[in-house]
Design a protein around this ligand. Structure first.
Ligand SMILES: C[S@@+](CC[C@H](N)C(=O)[O-])C[C@H]1O[C@@H](n2cnc3c(N)ncnc32)[C@H](O)[C@@H]1O
Length: 289
């Protein structure tokens, strides 16, 4: 995707509202007692900023405006207070530290995998939205190629305007990905499989095809251990698809094993009441034979 010109400009007033909101978040993080490094705080604030900007652009476009104005941003920020946003994204200071530890552990494995591989070393982010995860890896000095796919064209355009060095391609992870077999060493897929329409199996099968032998798939996803909750969640998803689907943990592992992901490193991060599930980190290696 070429650098897109169709990302709407923001008025100065609109930018100021975003800056104020970010200031509130920054202060609230300190007030709530999170032990967070400056680097991670910057990552988090940038993620909030890009999400707000992307939502505001979408809202302004819906209102047929060619500029993002104050009222478009106000409407976007009014949907979630700084405290609620922090509670949702960082949870509590204690949980945050635990999740940081898991992040370090899994990303260390991913990095080692990339460093030990020869040939093109590309990280594919499946369901990348505007590319938050890849942008963070870039900021943290990862020197690999980055490619993001998503079905949300607006998000991809926005991502390209922020970080032109990342390649963004519009593609459906449940359809056939526009890549040859055995193309990638690493695929990351964070908070996406719950939102697939046909089901996680279609996507995981595609990942298995485009991963090189012994390739690594990293997933973050909420799952439940309870069969009853997964059935209730399935019915709720059938009625309101946008809430996403909650898989049973054993179901997810079956899907991975069926697609020859044999070596799984699994960690529970935290309980997410919103989905009734626990958020899990999965690093899975695939053996093709
Ligand atoms: C919750 S967002 C996660 C974004 C990103 N992975 C991150 O961690 O910041 C879920 C993303 O999955 C994308 N998505 C959902 N179904 C998809 C599909 N079938 N193919 C590609 N992307 C999909 C959505 O468009 C959305 O951008």
């Amino acid at each position: 995707m070429r650098e897109e010109k169709c990302v709407l400009p923001f008025t100065q007033e609109a930018e100021l509202i975003i800056d104020d909101y970010l200031d509130m978040i920054s202060k609230k993080i300190n007030e709530l007692g999170f032990k967070i490094s400056e680097e991670r705080k910057r990552d988090f604030l940038l993620a909030v900023k890009h999400s707000l900007k992307l939502s505001s652009i979408k809202y302004a476009k819906k209102k047929k405006s060619e500029v993002v104005r104050e009222q478009h941003v106000k409407e976007t920020v009014s949907r979630v207070s700084p405290s609620r946003l922090i509670k949702h994204a960082l949870q509590t200071p204690q949980i945050f530290l635990h999740v940081e530890e898991l992040r370090r552990k899994h990303f260390q494995i991913i990095r080692e995998k990339l460093e030990s591989s020869s040939g093109s070393r590309i990280v594919l982010d499946a369901g990348c939205e505007y590319g938050r995860q890849l942008m963070e890896l870039l900021r943290h000095g990862w020197k690999f190629e980055f490619l993001g796919v998503d079905i949300d064209l607006e998000a991809l355009r926005y991502g390209k305007s922020v970080e032109p060095s990342i390649d963004f391609i519009r593609a459906d992870i449940e359809g056939s990905l526009p890549f040859k077999d055995n193309s990638f060493d690493v695929i990351i897929c964070i908070g996406v499989l719950n939102f697939t329409k046909k089901g996680a199996n279609e996507a995981v099968r595609e990942f298995a095809r485009v991963l090189k032998p012994n390739g690594l798939l990293f997933i973050i996803q909420s799952l439940t251990r309870s069969k009853l909750i997964s059935i209730i969640a399935y019915l709720a998803w059938k009625i309101v698809p946008k809430i996403g689907r909650l898989y049973q943990k054993t179901q997810m592992e079956k899907i991975l094993r069926q697609n020859k992901f044999t070596h799984l490193i699994i960690d529970k991060a935290f309980f997410l009441p919103l989905t009734l599930g626990d958020v899990y980190f999965y690093t899975a290696f695939q053996s093709k034979d």
